[in-house]
Design a protein around this ligand. Structure first.
Ligand code: FES
Length: 449
């Protein structure tokens, strides 16, 4: 077999050429030969991953810069645009999906979400195990295809991350499970969890390397759906009832073969802190079409159709052992561990994973309480922090904010933000107040004033 002229080039020259290629081109090069595979998947060539941007067709290692208005529009999910994907990690996915729909028609939101899922899953399975050590920046902001388990894997595969942006995602505490104990190396400098509404004190505990009990239901959630695909359904829609008339929906891709057994276990939970009586899952067949969350004018969510094509039995999440049988099984979706301090055990005095942090945004993470900030402050604080955004965190008191801020020796209070109504106000003369005032996309207790 005749060697390609490119194969005569010295490694240094090849690397210089490859360093100008996009991630998609690098992935293609990796399929040429063993030598090209080794070179194209050199960690040095993969400094950043932007799966959401790549799914939108912008294959660049550099971030797409959007103005504030554009970002805000994106963060307001309503009606047809609000659909999220529940990943079945073990399912084989077609990772060859292109950025354009095959019929040339504009993509639906669901197609975009599925493309995100394929790209993220492909990265986790095939690329990050090879290049993860070189990745310093991971931007998953606004992703509707990401799941907590995928974030967990990304964190494990990318030990040298300095920047992590998960803003406006549905991730839960499970994403950071044991991060501070195993994966966190203290290299993280910039962490953005803005509008991650499912994040609780348990995430701060994990980041601080503070272990939770092995009986922690939050960190061992199980969701399961079982049944039969009676009419060749491509997707099933999982609906989670809040017990208040509201419900959330997520799609699970499935095999379209008629008679196919459906069995989804370990689905990523949306919320892990709903009391058991308010957490129920139904699976609704939605046929071959895409589907998304629907809201009526009053903000209530209803599925547009609930065909009986897919006889999936409802289950609940349970604390351990998965779900048996398929009939409703009681269990819990987690009372917040940490309200009871006895359930927590610390892991010594070593600095936590956020020790080197310079930028932290917990904007609108309204489940965070003083307890979470206390854990961070007691584990060495954030001595290098220069920007702290706690706007929209309504469960904090002035005392809790002061616990953490007093450990931030590098923090200029001009870059300290928290709710204007916090009591007692710990830094009335120096802090910058709430960043969410007059911002429609982020939560603020004074919106409508
Ligand atoms: Fe209270 Fe904005 S969250 S003033």
């Amino acid at each position: 077999e005749e060697a390609s002229p490119a194969d005569q080039l010295p490694t240094e020259v090849m690397m210089k050429i490859l360093s100008h290629l996009s991630p998609r081109d690098l992935a293609r090069c990796a399929q040429v030969s063993q030598r090209w595979n080794q070179l194209a998947l050199d960690p040095f060539l993969w400094p950043a991953i932007h799966p959401v941007q790549w799914a939108a067709g912008d294959w660049s290692f550099h971030p797409h810069v959007e103005d504030e208005e554009e970002a805000e529009k994106k963060s307001v999910h309503k009606g047809e645009e609000d659909c999220y994907y529940v990943d079945d990690e073990d399912a084989d996915k077609d990772e060859s999906s292109d950025s354009e729909s095959s019929d040339g028609q504009p993509d639906t939101t669901m197609q975009q979400v599925l493309r995100e899922v394929r790209i993220i899953s492909g990265l986790v399975k095939h690329v990050l195990p090879r290049v993860g050590e070189g990745v310093q920046l991971c931007n998953l902001a606004h992703s509707r295809g990401i799941s907590s388990s995928l974030v967990h894997k990304v964190l494990k595969l990318c030990p040298n991350l300095t920047t992590l942006n998960l803003a406006h995602t549905k991730i839960t505490d499970a994403a950071f499970k044991e991060y501070g104990m195993k994966g966190g190396t203290g290299r993280l400098q910039h962490l953005d969890l803005s509008s991650c509404e499912n994040i609780t004190d348990n995430t701060l505990r994990s980041l601080a390397g503070s272990q939770t009990s092995t009986n922690d239901p939050v960190n061992t959630p199980r969701l399961s759906c079982k049944g039969k695909n009676n009419i060749g359904t491509t997707f099933v829609e999982l609906s989670r009832s809040h017990g208040t008339g509201d419900a959330d929906y997520a799609l699970q891709e499935t095999d379209s073969v008629i008679g196919q057994d459906l069995c989804y276990t370990n689905l990523d939970p949306f919320f892990t802190d709903l009391p058991p009586e308010l957490c129920e899952f139904d699976c609704l067949g939605v046929g071959q079409e895409t589907a998304s969350r629907r809201s009526d004018s009053g903000g209530n969510n209803t599925p547009s159709a609930a065909p009986s094509c897919c006889s999936v039995k409802r289950t609940r999440c349970c604390s351990s052992g998965g779900v048996e049988g398929g009939e409703t099984k009681s269990g819990y979706c987690g009372s917040n561990v940490g309200d009871d301090g006895d359930k927590r055990t610390d892991s010594g005095d070593k600095p936590h994973a956020l020790h080197g942090l310079t930028h932290l945004s917990l904007n609108s993470c309204y489940r965070i309480t003083d307890e979470g900030l206390r854990v961070l402050s007691e584990r060495g604080g954030l001595p290098l922090l220069q920007h702290l955004d706690l706007s929209g965190c309504l469960n904090l008191t002035g005392e809790g904010v002061a616990w953490l801020v007093d450990t931030c020796q590098s923090l200029d209070h001009a870059f300290l933000f928290y709710c204007d109504n916090i009591y007692p106000d710990p830094y009335p003369a120096t802090a910058s107040g709430c960043r969410n005032l007059e911002c429609g996309a982020r939560f603020c207790c004074r919106s409508g004033d």
